[in-house]
Design a protein around this ligand. Structure first.
Ligand SMILES: Nc1ncnc2c1ncn2[C@@H]1O[C@H](COP(=O)(O)OP(=O)(O)OP(=O)(O)O)[C@@H](O)[C@H]1O
Ligand SMILES: [Mg+2]
Length: 312
């Protein structure tokens, strides 16, 4: 395994200063990311969180105000790094009069690929993104999802070691999303690194090895899915009170969430210590335990929780 990360950012910061009398916007703030080669990394955040700006900095489409970005150990501003990167923009814009085949051919030319290689790769890529048979069709007839698929094929024409996808799931129907997942896992099995942004958490959860959550330009959580989720596990306990034991009072004091339905309490127990307390009540005969179930938060819940903490 190569120890030079595919992506590394060091205190990467971008402040937009639109005009003399307008307030500057800190789009990306002190971002430190390290993504090893071969990893699929999901970059998650709300609209305006700073995802696209980060991607622009990685691609040298924007200059950092502070800090820097390195691709395979080289400054992202070095044009040499581009040859190893494939990029799908958030809103792919293609010339409407081109056909799908012509667009891929053109993209291949930009990377100096020979005619034969261009033909071979175009054919293979159109097939893998589900656009087989559309090679000669004009792009003005393409739906948004088809353009997105073509954008992906275009991003892969140079067989990049690093693929950067800005909202690749946008505009895709469920089949398109499943196809994309398959394409990304194919890229991973070939040892390529994938960096994608999304606010569709469910898909990100299925695709990514690791997730970073960006909020107002700052990375507020980053880790393997398991780490992000298990840190936030809790238990759902169903119980009955025995002999009028006032479990509701305890819940209020402990700030545990509780619901009562026909003598049955459903209590959300936040951590192991609290769970031990519940077991103690049971062994003292104050409550009767009916079920204890460990709950893992979905990434969506974890995400909203992180964001909430920062809002508070
Ligand atoms: N060229 C620009 N000039 C000034 N401000 C900008 C510019 N581009 C982005 N911003 C601001 O920077 C912040 C981050 O924007 P960015 O496009 O990176 O967010 P995003 O996470 O990609 O959002 P979305 O999910 O909507 O695509 C926003 O507040 C945005 O208004
Ligand atoms: Mg964006």
């Amino acid at each position: 395994m190569n120890s030079t990360p595919a992506i590394r950012t060091e205190a990467l910061t971008k402040i937009y200063r639109p005009g003399l009398f307008e307030k500057p916007t800190t789009a990306v703030s002190n971002l430190d990311i390290e993504i090893p080669e071969g990893e699929v990394f999901g970059f998650i955040g709300l609209n305006g969180a700073g995802k696209t700006t980060t991607i622009k900095l990685l691609l040298d489409h924007a200059r950092p105000t502070n800090g820097r970005a390195l691709l395979f150990g080289e400054d992202a501003r070095n044009p040499r790094t581009r040859a190893r990167v494939g990029y799908l923009p958030d809103l792919p814009h293609f010339h409407q009069f081109l056909s799908a085949g012509e667009l891929l051919d053109y993209a291949g030319k930009l990377f100096g690929l020979s005619y034969n290689v261009r033909r071979e790769r175009s054919e293979k890529l159109l097939k893998s993104v589900g656009l087989e048979g559309h090679e000669r069709e004009r792009l003005r007839n393409f739906s948004r999802g088809m353009l997105q698929r073509l954008g992906l094929a275009q991003a892969l024409i140079n067989e990049p070691a690093l693929v950067i996808l800005d909202e690749p799931l946008g505009g895709l129907d469920p089949i398109g999303r499943a196809d994309l997942r398959e394409i990304i896992s194919g890229l991973k099995s070939e040892g390529r690194t994938v960096f994608f942004s999304s606010h569709i958490l469910d898909d990100a959860q299925r695709i990514a090895d690791r997730i970073g959550i960006i909020h107002q330009g700052r990375m507020i959580a980053c880790g393997k899915m398991d780490e992000l989720l298990t840190k936030r596990q809790d238990w759902e306990v169903e119980l009955e009170a025995v002999d009028g034991f006032d479990i509701l009072k305890i819940c209020r004091e402990m700030e545990w969430q509780a619901n009562l339905k026909e003598n049955l309490f459903t209590v959300s127990v936040p951590d192991e210590e609290a769970l031990r307390q519940v077991y103690t009540f049971a062994s003292e005969g104050k409550i009767r335990l009916l079920s204890v179930e460990q709950r893992r938060l979905s990434l969506e819940e974890a995400f909203l929780k992180e964001v909430d903490q920062w809002r508070a």
